[in-house]
Design a protein around this ligand. Structure first.
Ligand code: PMP
Length: 387
């Protein structure tokens, strides 16, 4: 057991995965060894850049991309914003289940011109739902390329157009929650852009990546530096990128998606059945069917019990969960994801997300089920809502 997770039951892995011990150790060493600016032409600079490139190759290998198609960012929110802003003034269609960094950015930048951007996450962070991207891709390929668009006019230093494929529509997917939990192949998914974040796989917070397929448009969000082939300015976060690399190595080496599929799924499903059987008024917002959801997320609602109250009572018992999305914490509006899925504010307000990691055990489920039925019973008894 890591940290003092042994004194609590941590079931909030979808919000963040605690830094892996091997990541922390590698980052500590990298702070000493790879301190130089990775863009510098001297030897320490080259050594730092080498480490950056190692992580780039690992991520490319894991998702079936080319290393040149990976850009490092400060996290998934930045990656999402970069793609959405690239399509400023264009039509942008997103699923209603997207993270706020897609929905809010699309609200700011979308207009009506072609090309059109489709942004559909592969797996949702609140319910774990896996979306069918095939349908979206089919729709996207039917749209004709526009005769002209500002998106296509950028040229490289030799005057060649940076965009080699003019298309009527492009497809982006936020793969933040999917990475490491299910196999990912950006070619097979037919993606033009994909978003990743290190802290959802045990790497550091503040590091992410964006997959940009060769030949598609990209407007840098951060300009003013030549880093990442002028696609993202700013000095390389070498230490963070090293940490991301170690977390990726573990995913690749252990084929972590198999551990999630075989072991974590069992825990998740066990908790789901026990909740349904042992807690009156409970219902699931996650479809447990194979391929329907990520194996590590369970979202459940408890009639006549408020999500925030359940979370606080569980917290007092050392059980850490979240209500809806942690990014929306402090926001008393019902989760937009659950509202889109159920249309029922009561279901949304009474929901809890249990999200698992590879460290969880059956004993954790026992601990949850030792306290959860009593908490729900107490809340239901004082509720004005009839059971
Ligand atoms: N997209 C999804 C699906 C997420 O779950 C999150 C994290 N809650 C983000 C984007 C934002 O990630 P980051 O913290 O790296 O900006």
């Amino acid at each position: 057991m890591r940290y003092n997770l042994n004194i609590m039951v941590y079931l909030d892995y979808a919000a963040t995965v605690p830094l892996l011990p091997e990541v922390r150790e590698a980052m500590r060493k990298a702070e000493e060894k790879f301190f130089a600016n990775a863009s510098a032409l001297h030897t320490p600079g080259h050594l730092a850049m080498n480490e950056v490139e190692k992580t780039r190759e690992l991520l490319a290998k894991l998702i079936n991309a080319e290393p040149e198609e990976i850009i490092f960012t400060s996290g998934a929110s930045e990656s999402n914003n970069t793609v959405i802003r690239t399509f400023e003034g264009c039509q942008i269609e997103t699923s209603p289940l997207e993270h706020h960094s897609i929905i809010e950015a699309a609200r700011v930048y979308a207009s009506d011109k072609l090309p059109k951007l489709y942004s559909y996450m592969l797996a949702n962070n609140e319910t774990g739902e896996i979306l069918d991207l095939d349908e979206i891709r089919k729709k996207a390929t039917k749209i004709q390329a526009p005769a002209s668009s500002g998106l296509f006019e950028a040229k490289n230093d030799w005057g060649k157009p940076l965009v080699t494929e003019r298309r009527g529509a492009y497809l982006h997917s936020d793969l933040t929650q999917a990475l490491g939990k299910i196999p990912i192949d950006v070619k097979r998914l037919g993606l033009d852009y994909a978003t990743f974040s290190a802290h959802k796989i045990g790497g550091p917070v503040g590091v992410g990546a964006l997959y940009v397929r060769k030949g598609v448009p990209l407007k840098p969000l951060i300009i003013g530096g030549n880093q990442e082939n002028k696609r993202r300015g700013g000095t390389y976060n070498t230490v963070g990128i090293v940490g991301f690399g170690v977390a990726l190595e573990k995913v690749l080496h252990e084929k972590s998606w198999e551990i999630y599929d075989l072991e974590v799924r069992k825990l998740r499903d066990n908790l789901a059945w026990r909740i349904l059987n042992e807690i009156p008024g409970s219902s699931l917002n996650t479809d447990l069917g194979y391929g329907k959801s990520l194996p590590n997320i369970l979202n459940a609602s408890f009639r006549a019990a408020e999500g925030e109250s359940i979370q606080l009572y569980l917290d007092a018992e050392g059980v850490v969960v979240s209500t809806g999305s942690a990014c929306a914490a402090g926001d008393t509006k019902p989760s937009h994801v659950l509202m889109a899925k159920t249309g029922d504010a009561e279901v949304a307000h009474s929901s809890i997300r249990f999200s698992f990691g590879t460290d969880n055990t059956e004993a954790d489920i026992e601990k949850v089920m030792a306290v959860l039925p009593g908490i729900i019973d107490r809340l239901q008894k004082i509720s004005t809502i009839k059971m």
